[in-house]
Design a protein around this ligand. Structure first.
Ligand code: GLY
Ligand code: MN
Ligand code: MN
Length: 429
């Protein structure tokens, strides 16, 4: 097996937690994502709908989940629909889950073939008053295609115009921000795989190496350790490329004297890690590079102390910007007096640090969250300050993943080299 099967207790518990949030007489219907086309008969790699995965753990297309806790017939309280393996599918793609396998993976008793899903909608929906569907409500999402769940909503609205249709997203966001111990254990595995990839790089990177070669080294290490690959498009930017926040072409040669920014991490079993390190291409920081590096590191540590229960995302970001302002003044990038005179938008700081410091992490890399929710114990966040100095050909970002704990945060990336001295030491062995 590529990775150890996930204990279905996780999904059983997730469904239980969702049921506890539902008003009486409610049904939840979630379907898998489409397999998206590219050109001709090509397709994108399949990516499961994260809510569906969270509730049942099935990572297969043509899957549908119906939850109807108040159903009179106990057999109608939880139904999963999966794709039946035909002779054609067996030959071209390999077998899909059997009903038995689906039962074992999900902890659900009733498994049906997806071919019966349409008919079951007609039987089930008239029995409930509120129907919950999932929509992509991520604040910065800008979807340009209609999803399978969007289509389902449209169809059901037409067929059952007098039902009450409800948003599942706020409930899922509330649940998904609090990570179960099993999720944390899997995310720790993702971080450990990421660590192995990063350590491999430290002896590989040198002047003349291509950013794409660094990408290949990482992918090799991730996949051989059971990951299906990068958690997100890797950003491997040397020199001024490090100042392009979403640089993903990774097609330049790394030059002597430059820094190399690596925003690269592995997924594992569906969960993500998210790491950034910035290293000197030739294995030695210049005094200026080290000075900027240590400034970012201090902000990272300061942010960790602020990412604590009760603090809110907006206040936190403002507080981190204050920490960063002090560092930018000390680095002589901002004049102290000008810093005092700048407006509340902190435009002088944002010239060098123009992105958020933290985001939730989980089944999605930028994981879903209820807006304005204060930080709380059990949430997993990244901490990723950066200083980008285009005029000095340098961008430095550092990023670790932490769980907010009662008495401090627990760093899932505590074993990944971070101090400048340690990085130099490992690069020069
Ligand atoms: N790798 C994406 C991010 O750091 O948010
Ligand atoms: Mn990242
Ligand atoms: Mn991140």
């Amino acid at each position: 097996m590529r990775y150890k099967a996930i204990d279905p207790q996780l999904f059983i518990r997730n469904r239980e937690k969702l049921r506890a949030l539902l008003p009486p007489d409610s049904m939840v219907i979630v379907v898998s994502n489409d397999v998206y086309p590219t050109n001709a008969d090509g397709t994108m790699p399949f990516k499961q709908n994260a809510d569906l995965f969270y509730l049942c753990g099935v990572d297969q297309e043509d899957t549908a989940l119906m939850l109807f806790p108040d159903a009179k017939d106990p057999k109608q309280r939880e139904i999963l629909f999966v794709k039946e393996t035909s002779e054609h599918i067996a030959i071209w793609e390999g077998a899909k889950l059997t009903k038995e396998e689906a039962r074992a993976a999900t902890g659900m008793d009733r498994i049906e073939w997806i071919a019966s899903f349409e008919g079951m909608l007609q039987q089930m929906i008239p029995q409930a008053s509120n129907i919950f569907f999932t929509t992509n409500e991520y604040l910065r999402a800008h979807p340009v295609v209609e999803t399978a769940n969007d289509r389902l909503i449209k169809t059901c609205r037409q067929r059952f115009p007098l039902h009450r249709f409800e948003r599942l997203a706020p409930l899922m966001h509330q649940l998904r921000i609090n990570k179960e111990p099993q999720e944390i254990a899997i995310m720790q595995q993702a971080c450990d795989i990421t660590e192995a990839g990063f350590r491999r790089l430290l002896s590989f990177v040198k002047p003349g190496v291509g950013e794409w070669e660094v990408e290949a080294e990482l992918l090799h290490e991730f996949v051989r350790r059971g990951s299906r690959g990068f958690a997100y498009q890797p950003i491997i930017g040397s020199g001024k490329n490090a100042c392009v926040l979403h640089y993903i072409s990774n097609d330049a040669v790394c030059h002597d004297g430059d820094m190399l920014l690596l925003d690269v991490a592995a997924e594992y079993a569906g969960w993500n890690s998210d790491l950034t390190r910035t290293i000197p291409v030739n294995g030695r920081f210049t005094p200026r590079q080290r000075e900027v590096y240590n400034a970012v590191l201090r902000v990272m540590r300061g942010a960790n102390a602020l990412l604590r229960p009760g603090n809110t995302p907006n206040e936190y970001q403002q507080q981190v910007i204050e920490l960063m302002e002090k560092e930018l003044v000390d680095l002589k990038l901002i004049d102290a007096q000008a810093a005092k005179n700048q407006g509340p938008d902190k435009s002088l700081v944002k010239k060098y640090f123009m992105h958020g410091t933290s985001h939730h992490l989980g089944l999605d890399v930028h994981d879903v969250f209820p807006p304005h929710q204060p930080f709380g114990v059990g949430m997993v966040f990244t901490i990723e300050p950066g200083i980008y100095i285009r005029e000095e050909n340098m961008g430095i970002r550092l990023e670790n993943d932490v769980i907010i704990g009662e008495n401090g945060n627990f760093d899932l990336m505590r074993n990944i080299p971070l101090e400048a001295d340690e990085i130099e030491d490992l690069m020069n062995r």
